[in-house]
Ligand binder design. Structure first.
Ligand SMILES: Cc1cc2nc3c(=O)[nH]c(=O)nc-3n(C[C@H](O)[C@H](O)[C@H](O)COP(=O)(O)OP(=O)(O)OC[C@H]3O[C@@H](n4cnc5c(N)ncnc54)[C@H](O)[C@@H]3O)c2cc1C
Length: 450
């Protein structure tokens, strides 16, 4: 029974490993089944961006897991974005106020740290090399295959968490149910990882504390710093069409493309062509589904229930927030799982859908708008409004990255803020009148009208 404090977690990725820690802290006996071999010994296979941006929602979960200090010691603050023009010019835009930053952390380092912490609890058992094949829903029984022996077996549990990622076999079993809503949507863009190595002395070749972006209208390159002095770069490009992966097949084509759009990175990437040729081109999917549970016994978390495109740097942060919300609901409902799961499923999918939409919107902002003078003016307006009315005005970016405001509220603010922007632009000589009565009047009127 669920009140025996036993649970099974399928998937020891970022969310599954964190969730194991939280359950273990509450005295649960937890069995975690993972398809991969133990990456603490086998080494963490890279890909899917070797580093990730960790922001406020993620930090809260890292704190609950008790590893804030450990992660903070190897996290690189990125207080703003550094834009690279085609002419090599650099423009810096802070993300928030002084002291606020998102942080570049190693995906593998964080995952290993979470598994280590979970493993310190006697009642947590990790079972590596075990691939989930699906769930027999009526018996609450999960089928596995041992990757090394090919032996198949099943285990039963009254409390199962599917944290097995965007292509979750646990979710696939739920998808067969009548009235299970599911959608997956691939954008027309793919991504490829490239790297900028460290200088000989281990320092970074570009400014360390920033998320570097080369916005090019229909596509972009980004780079996040690593502690070893290197940068992990990700090129987001359409699969087909003019400038696209399908048209970058030969060394000449790759070099001509980089010379035209990203000339400043060529000297920084000595193995550009090799990496471009050898690294895979991966797809980007948004997954939405509902309900996230089956009879309050099987619950999907993280990418298994809400995979999103990476342009807001929120996929992991959102998955971590699932865990912190559930943690609070465990207090609220005294670990009565049907009540916890009922409330979680009543509210959380709306927020997951909202961050999925915000992430898609942010792609347009990153690849295109960040270089637009109108966008830069809006950023200035946002900054002044926040300075003048700190309690009443927060940018959407800040709400998402530096607060715990529900994602659905942040999404609903997008249209409201656009309206405010339009009104601010009507003020004469705005840039010399930030503290004038008109700005305040327009702002107050907008506030009152909403
Ligand atoms: C290019 C890119 C950049 C990103 N950047 C960011 C960022 O900056 N910030 C951010 O917050 N998020 C980012 N994300 C999103 C983030 O990677 C995911 O949201 C996060 O990894 C989700 O964690 P998860 O544990 O739910 O799933 P996963 O990390 O996918 O983990 C799933 C686990 O389940 C295991 N598994 C899968 N199938 C089975 C099976 N059949 N049986 C047993 N185990 C199984 C897998 O091996 C894995 O260990 C990015 C994603 C991409 C693609």
């Amino acid at each position: 029974m669920a009140n025996e404090k036993k649970a099974v977690i399928v998937g020891a990725g970022l969310v599954g490993a964190l969730w194991a820690v939280i359950l273990a802290k509450r005295g649960y006996q937890v069995d975690v089944y993972e398809r991969r071999s133990d990456f603490r010994q086998a080494g963490y296979v890279g890909g899917r961006s070797i580093n990730l941006a960790l922001s406020e929602r993620g930090w809260k979960a890292v704190e609950i897991a008790g590893i804030r200090e450990k992660i903070a010691a190897v996290a690189i603050p990125m207080p703003g974005r550094m834009m690279h023009g085609t002419d090599g010019s650099l423009t810096y835009q802070p993300y928030g106020e002084e002291g606020q930053a998102i942080y570049s952390v190693s995906r593998g380092g964080l995952n290993i740290e979470l598994v280590n912490i979970a493993d310190e609890f006697d009642q947590v058992r990790f079972h590596f090399n075990q691939s989930c094949l699906g769930v027999d829903l009526d018996n609450s029984s999960i089928r596995f295959e041992d990757n090394r022996t090919g032996v198949q077996f099943a285990i039963e549990s009254d409390l199962i968490f599917g944290t097995d990622g965007a292509f979750s076999p646990v979710r696939q079993s739920l998808q067969k149910l009548p009235r299970f809503n599911y959608s997956q949507h691939y954008i027309d863009y793919g991504y490829k990882e490239l790297s900028i190595p460290a200088n000989a002395d281990g320092s970074h070749q570009m400014h360390t504390n920033g998320l570097h972006i080369w916005p090019r209208g229909q596509f972009m390159l980004i780079a996040l710093p690593n502690v070893d002095g290197s940068f992990t770069c990700t090129l987001f490009l359409p699969f087909e069409g003019g400038a696209s992966f399908e048209n970058l097949k030969t060394e000449e084509q790759v070099m001509a493309f980089f010379e035209k759009y990203f000339p400043d990175v060529i000297p920084l990437m000595p193995t550009l062509v090799k990496e471009f040729t050898e690294n895979p081109t991966s797809a980007l999917v948004t997954v939405r589904c509902n309900p996230w549970h089956y009879r309050h016994k099987i619950l999907l978390l993280g990418d298994a229930s809400h995979a999103i495109v990476p342009f807001f740097g929120q996929g992991m942060n959102a998955g971590f927030e699932d865990c912190t919300i559930l943690d609070a609901l465990m207090d609220k409902f005294e670990e009565n799982w049907p009540a916890i799961i009922e409330e979680f499923n009543a509210n959380r999918p709306e927020d997951a859908n909202a961050i999925a939409d915000l992430a898609l919107l942010n792609f347009i902002e990153m690849r295109d708008k960040v270089a637009d003078p109108k966008f830069l003016l809006w950023k200035k307006i946002e900054k002044h409004l926040h300075e003048q009315f700190p309690k009443e005005f927060q940018s959407v970016y800040s709400m998402v990255s530096f607060s715990h405001v529900p994602y659905s509220r942040a999404l609903s603010e997008v249209a409201r803020h656009e309206e405010l922007f339009g009104k601010m632009l009507e003020i004469k000589d705005l840039e010399n009148n930030w503290n004038g009565p008109e700005v305040e009047a327009v702002f107050r009127e907008w506030l009152a009208g909403n």
